[in-house]
Design a protein around this ligand. Sequence first.
Ligand code: FPP
Length: 247
Amino acid sequence: MDEKKLIKEKLPKHIAIIMDGNGRWAKKRSLARIMGHRKGMEVVREVVRTCHELDLEVLSLYAFSSENWQRPRSEVKALMTLLKRYLRSEIAELHKNNIKMNAIGDLKRLPEDVVSLVHEAIEKTKDNKGMVLNVALSYSGRGEIIRAVTEIGQKILTHQVQPSAIDETMLSQYLDTAGLPDPDLLIRTSGELRVSNFLLWQIAYTEMYVTDVLWPDFKKEDLYNALDDYQKRKRRFGLTDEQIRSN
Ligand code: FPP
């Protein structure tokens, strides 16, 4: 698929990616799992650059799930080191490209040095008006919804919120993604057909695209293929074809 064949007006505003398959990529080469994550990080660099060039509004990356804390300590440690390395080496380029960094998830569970680098990146890029790079760290969709509901519950107790005022718009404002549009396209690499607790609320009407390509092998071309496939979809949001045509 050639980039030039994509229709600019029909590009998604928000792409979310479940970057899966690092471990399998390493195993196929008899390498340690962390080598897969390392190659995965290089792919992150490339994909961020491409999405910035495509003028995307938001790119959400599932970098570390709440469940990932249960992985072997050595792998968790190595992933945290990679994250720090990514932030240290990319922050200047992100800023230069007018990219605004955002992080979602239960950040307080992360090691202090990681949190402080994440906050530094957010602070440095907070006034940027280009693409939002939204990184999910220590994130689970259910956990995010529970945190939102707890906050609303507390406001009900102090009479700042009326239960009858709760609607989809209000709940969305209490999620970590408040202010961001819902993803139009969710890409998952490495062939698994599941959403793995990623952006559960936000993907209600998101188009899904699954490729067998393992994340460390994911190239520009694979992203263009996903976009080409997306552009051929008819998004109906629960309406009929006729209703969509008359809108
Ligand atoms: C899933 O592959 C991938 C992860 C749990 C980590 C993703 C991290 C990166 C791509 C690198 C760092 C990210 C940033 C944003 C700098 P897996 O290990 O579950 O693969 P498997 O299913 O083949 O075992």
